[in-house]
Design a protein. Structure first.
Length: 252
């Protein structure tokens, strides 16, 4: 499956386009250079009365967040002048992404809402890997970010399907909390549930460590000695989530 940061990047591109557009102008176009090569061409049509927006991106070997994209996506959006809230839905059909030697073709939607202090992104996507000839899926997979003066909270929920291992359902009883400028969370709990209610729980114990516990028999009890996996540092593994690319960087 393409790494999560790719979806975050796509949502940010559409968000920034809608938020920076001149609503006195009916049409808008631009070319955006990739962080590591390639380009993305943008076409935008704005209703300067209702603030409704339609548009499209066309990617040509556009490289960002460790992935290279080619193809196109369309989006529709709107701006609520009284609340300052932006809403948009991106439709992806046949967008290809290459990352770490794997090539995926993605279809589906990403719905995003951005307010003054919080943003939500919900993904319903399938990704076909031409490398291993398998299909992966995200269903109602939601990322929510809430901004505060000295920290922000990030939470995840939804279902992920793997062609070899089936599905897991992700939930967060407590959101990951990042201090301003931090790349790892200082608190938060993520729960991943699979078949027969077998559950893995990751609990942040500090900005440097987290614990993993597993409930193998689905009884909700993590106290059995054989069900405790251990304590890890963020640098031993994925880096603590951050923007979802596995390096621990916080989203921007």
């Amino acid at each position: 499956m393409p790494n999560q940061s790719l979806y975050v990047t796509l949502a940010k591109m559409a968000r920034d386009t809608v938020s920076q557009a001149n609503y006195a102008t009916e049409t808008y176009s631009d070319t955006i250079s990739g962080d590591c090569g390639g380009s993305a061409s943008l076409t935008l049509i704005i209703d300067d009365t209702t603030y409704a927006v339609t548009g499209s991106f066309t990617f040509s070997n556009y490289c960002t967040a460790g992935s290279t994209m080619s193809g196109s996506m369309t989006f529709t959006g709107s701006y609520n002048e009284s609340t300052g809230e932006y809403s948009m839905t991106m439709t992806i059909s046949g967008l290809s992404s290459e990352s770490l030697g794997e090539t995926f073709t993605m279809t589906g939607t990403i719905a995003t809402t951005i307010g003054s202090t919080s943003s939500t992104m919900t993904m319903n996507l399938t990704a076909y890997s031409s490398t291993d000839l398998k299909v992966y899926k995200m269903e109602n997979y939601t990322i929510t970010i809430s901004d505060y003066s000295t920290y922000y909270d990030m939470s995840f929920s939804g279902r992920f399907y793997d062609p070899d291992y089936g599905y897991i359902t992700v939930s967060m009883p407590t959101a990951f909390r990042y201090s301003s400028g931090a790349s790892t969370p200082s608190q938060g709990t993520m729960v991943m549930t699979g078949a027969n209610n077998v559950t893995a729980k990751m609990t942040t114990t500090s900005s440097t460590q987290y614990t993993i516990e597993v409930d193998l028999n689905g009884d909700g009890d993590y106290t059995d000695t054989d069900e405790s996996v251990g304590t890890f540092t963020w640098t031993e593994d994925s880096g603590g989530g951050g923007d979802g690319d596995g390096d621990g960087d916080a989203p921007t």
